[in-house]
Design a protein around this ligand. Structure first.
Ligand code: CP
Length: 327
């Protein structure tokens, strides 16, 4: 491990260039192999990371907690409803204080038009690396694990047809951070990216423009469609997942006429048959089974969702090892 990245924040993947992302992927693969071989990887002995959560989590919390333990360090889990933040203490004061107690601050805050600003306020004032565990706009830990999973199954990403697809779900109003992160990440690796969603579920215009420019610069394409079948047709990778219509309706209310009008946006066996024979089905999880996807697809042979979820551990460890480590 080189100390080149020590102290570098991990707020979005845009702030990590392609060679730095390649380094993260290399270290993730190395740590994955060592984990499977039961090798000791105590690169972060006696280091403490603070994990602040404004929302629920299974993968992110546990990959970070287990990850830092496997790296020889310790995580303090912080439910922010029990912190003085809930009485109005600022991100700045929180970041300065926690910096003086440990070696990294990681935070999930998906509150619309607040989360990213809060994490950035902490990054601007922390003296230790700040890691974004998902905000209203970005989920870089998920994006990195997704890229690792795609590369493990399809090593040459040049002109791979990767479809980021909206899907119907009733479980809760999900952030746009997963599709937005994928939209800004995959074109940097030369993929032919298709973004498919019903009208009303647009991602921000600036992100679409940026994705088109990145695709042009890297020999791929970026197209938007309102036709779900078109996204599945001849696809190498399909990622059907729900997100809320935040730009149109900035409340937590999920069930509405627009959502109900799009119940047929489901990943089915029939639609999977439109894709290439070796297509992979991905989902960041948790999935709304029966709504976003049929059980037979998510449990089927084309699904890599558990591999994708496992890679959250290895990528989280790589981010921590590189940004907190001395070696
Ligand atoms: N994919 C993901 O971030 O999962 P959790 O919400 O369980 O952390």
């Amino acid at each position: 491990m080189q100390p080149l990245y020590k102290g570098k924040h991990f707020v979005t993947l845009q702030e990590w260039d392609v060679s730095q992302i390649e380094k993260l992927l290399d270290v993730s693969a190395e740590l994955k192999e060592k984990f499977h071989n039961n090798e000791v990887t105590d690169f972060l002995k006696n280091k403490t990371s603070f994990l602040m959560f404004f929302e629920q989590s299974t993968r992110t919390r546990n990959s970070m907690e287990a990850g830092i333990a496997q790296l020889g360090g310790h995580a303090n889990f912080l439910d922010t409803s029990t912190m003085q933040i809930s009485h109005g203490e600022t991100g700045k004061d929180t970041a300065v204080i926690l910096s003086s107690y440990g070696h990294a601050i990681a935070c999930r805050n998906c509150n619309w038009q607040e989360g990213n600003q809060f994490i950035r306020e902490m990054a601007d004032n922390a003296t230790v690396p700040v890691m974004n565990l998902q905000c209203d706009l970005y989920h870089p830990m998920q994006g990195l694990a997704d890229l690792m999973t795609i590369r493990e199954t399809k090593p040459d990403t040049k002109n791979l047809k990767v479809s980021i697809i909206w899907a119907y779900a009733t479980s809760h109003k999900k952030p746009i951070s997963v599709p937005l992160t994928q939209t800004l990440l995959f074109p940097r690796f030369g993929m032919d990216v298709v973004l498919a969603h019903p009208e009303g579920y647009e991602l921000p215009d600036w992100a679409i423009e940026k994705a088109k420019t990145l695709a042009e610069q890297n020999g791929g394409t970026f197209t938007v469609t309102h036709d779900m079948d078109e996204a599945f047709k001849d696809a190498d990778v399909v990622i059907p997942k729900n997100w809320g219509n935040w730009s149109g309706k900035q409340t937590d209310v999920n069930l509405d006429n627009l959502l109900e009008a799009n119940r047929d946006w489901k990943c089915t066996e029939e639609r999977m048959a439109l894709a290439k024979d070796d297509v992979i089905y991905m989902h960041a999880l948790p999935a709304d089974r029966g709504n976003e996807v049929e059980d037979s697809v998510i449990d089927g042979e084309r699904s890599v969702v558990y591999q994708e979820a496992e890679n959250r551990l290895h990528t989280a460890k790589a981010v921590m090892a590189l940004t907190m480590g001395d070696k």
